[in-house]
Design a protein around this ligand. Structure first.
Ligand SMILES: NC(=O)c1ccc[n+]([C@@H]2O[C@H](COP(=O)([O-])OP(=O)(O)OC[C@H]3O[C@@H](n4cnc5c(N)ncnc54)[C@H](O)[C@@H]3O)[C@@H](O)[C@H]2O)c1
Length: 250
């Protein structure tokens, strides 16, 4: 089969775990060079070692996506190493659980800072780079169905993902005139570092699925989104601007 991303450079945030790691490995197998970005340098380096052992190419970047200078420096580092950026996949994100009455203000602010402000900063920095390159580009932001439906004891996260979706719809329109496709993906409940904590095994994840429960009752694996995200970063989706895909198992 012909590799779909030969010669492309992809910046992937949250590359040290979960969806970001699965997509880094999958994109490298499709021929892309990867800018593997994470606040956790050690896990991002692990991802890079994994894909290099399969013959892939990558640069590891330590970055907190909520800090503008760090995000701009990450883009500069990737462009210095690989000359351009064709694709941004924005997986970095955090979650939490609390009723609204018990919620700490700093927890709400941090989730919004990472999930919403982080999405803004990475999209802005990469869009500037793509516009300067003049050859368009592809941006995929990780949102969540919870940003559409809401989620009990999870209002900070739901609010942040609603923000990611509205931001994506808006800049999808703005950046379309530069040939940049900005879209979002809403994965379902998936077994990743975000959901897998001590005491949070698959059975508990399934019990937490609530109204999200898919008919087949399977908790997702990160690889479930590889096909949909590949669709969003290739020319198959070149007429999609500011939309979302749901890959939620039902
Ligand atoms: N796992 C699920 O069930 C699920 C469902 C819907 C949406 N999502 C979304 O998918 C995305 C990826 O999550 P995941 O499930 O792979 O989680 P994960 O915890 O496995 O991976 C998230 C990665 O983001 C990194 N990160 C956190 N804060 C950061 C920051 N400030 N700067 C840079 N990197 C940072 C973490 O170090 C981690 O490597 C998130 O946006 C999440 O909200 C997850």
């Amino acid at each position: 089969m012909v590799a779909q991303l030969t010669g492309k450079v992809a910046m992937i945030t949250g590359a040290g775990s979960g969806f970001g790691r699965a997509l880094s490995l999958a994109f490298a197998r499709e021929g892309a060079s990867i800018g593997a970005c994470d606040i956790n340098l050690a896990t991002a380096q692990e991802t890079v070692s994994m894909l290099e052992s399969e013959g892939g190419q990558a640069t590891v970047v330590e970055v907190d996506v909520s800090v503008a200078d760090q995000v701009d420096a990450a883009v500069t580092k990737i462009v210095a190493a690989h000359e351009r950026i064709d694709i941004l996949v924005n997986c970095a994100g955090i979650n939490g659980r609390s009723s609204v009455v018990d919620m700490e203000e700093h927890d709400f602010r941090r989730i919004v800072e990472v999930n919403v402000v982080g999405t803004f900063l990475t999209n802005r920095a990469v869009a500037r780079q793509m516009i300067a390159q003049g050859t368009g580009g592809k941006i995929v932001n990780f949102a969540s169905g919870r940003g559409l439906s809401g989620s009990e004891n999870n209002s900070h996260y739901a609010a942040s993902k609603g923000g990611v979706l509205a931001f994506t719809y808006s800049i999808g329109m703005e950046l379309s005139r530069h040939g940049i496709n900005v879209n979002a993906i809403n994965p379902g409940q998936t077994d990743t570092g975000m959901t897998r904590r001590p005491g949070n095994d698959i059975q508990r994840l399934e019990s937490l699925m609530g109204p999200d429960v898919p008919p087949h009752r399977r908790v997702g694996v990160p690889e479930d989104v590889v096909g949909p995200v590949l669709f969003l970063v290739t020319d198959a989706s070149s007429h999609m601007y500011g939309k979302y895909l749901s890959a939620r198992g039902g």
